[in-house]
Design a protein around this ligand. Sequence first.
Ligand code: GLY
Ligand code: MN
Length: 464
Amino acid sequence: MFAFCFSAQELIDTISSAKESSLYDTDNLPANFFKSRRKALRSLMPKNSIVFVFSAPVRNRSNDVDFEYHQDPNMYYLSGYQEPHGVLVITKDEINVSGENVNELIYVQPHDESDAVWNGKRLGVQGAKNRLEIQSSFPNNEFKTLAVNLDDYDAVYVLKPENDVRNDPFDKSDLYNLMQQLTAKISEDKEDLIDDSKIKQWMAFLREVKTPEELVLMRKAIAITCEAQIELMKALKPTMKEYQAEAIVEYIFKKNGAEYPGFPTIMGSGENSCVLHYVSNRKEMKGSNLLVSDVGAEYHGYTADVSRTIPVDGHFSEQEAIIYNIVYDAQKAGIEASKAGNRFWDPNIAATTVISQRLLKLGIIKNPSELRRYFMHGTSHYLGLDVHDMGTYGELQPNTVITVEPGIYIPEGSPCDPKWWNIGVRIEDDVLITDGYPEVISDCVPKTIEEIEALMKQSSYLSD
Ligand code: GLY
Ligand code: MN
């Protein structure tokens, strides 16, 4: 006989949570990866120390609508847990919890039938045990009874959520309460035992150098982003709106399975090409404009970050070409300096030297101290779970991914010949530091003037 009516529990069992992406995707990081990261962190911890890592806060957009949830990258890196209101505990030495000797445990949101109807099933305590393979997992409402006296530890390291921790009056185990419950485990006069600077340094050290599994995901995020930049070059034409260019890029991201952009899409044409983090993207583009497209797909937590600057009508003007080629040559010098053993800032020095000399020659600057007016950001940042990822800023290490992204921005009114005004150029690639020559992972997107102009003559399946 067919059952036409489902019990509440049966109904819930048929609802899969979108958050449990591992239900559908086959290329998620395995539990072993997260286990190896906890082990690596533990190896850096001193004797008799303990670490607490919290989930990211839920951020409210307005009224009863929250922003899409995004896990704190450190929580994700150490556990794979994707939900809010969780605490991960890692100890150097084993502790006895509920009769078991463990050195890691996680407190997670327990199943909640009524919440599941709206938001899908949570991972739950059992799911955390099975999927994340953390030694012990408990519902977060038991965190307050975790019998550790922090006064007994020589050091307590806490990765605190940065901001926006709201107290939900209907949830006694939300992040706000979990953080309060942590403080209750230590006497007031010992609160200075709690340290968050050391653990940030360790996380920077660990996250800077990528494992092979992470590099697979980064290559995927970068390949998707390259496809988006190439399709935009083919589809772009005068009178398009900046947001239509943004839509093309983000369509390619989603079509290829990227969960979101890793940062707000920057699509700045004409005067907006000179605004470094321009994100309103509302202007209608003119044929005479240059367009800075600075975009990155996020795939399973890892983000790409690739910029190209292209002429809206498919042809660089004489002045645009001159500025473009300076940035191009500066980037080449920056990439050449992106070698293991070099200092983090060496690509910046190499790129800055090229730009400074050439702008002096053109008379756009009169002395090198004026360079910051037209090139006001660093050439590189680390890339990974965050677009501006954590790192040590020491020597470049093999298997680190950095961006190399020099730029020149000459807004209207700048103290130089007006023929240069409103030219903004940024060229950005994602570069893998190796034992030998750096690998430009995003190299498949055309970059020379000739290559860009040739590609822009082709048509796109996304053109009207
Ligand atoms: N892609 C934006 C930035 O690097 O700041
Ligand atoms: Mn960047």
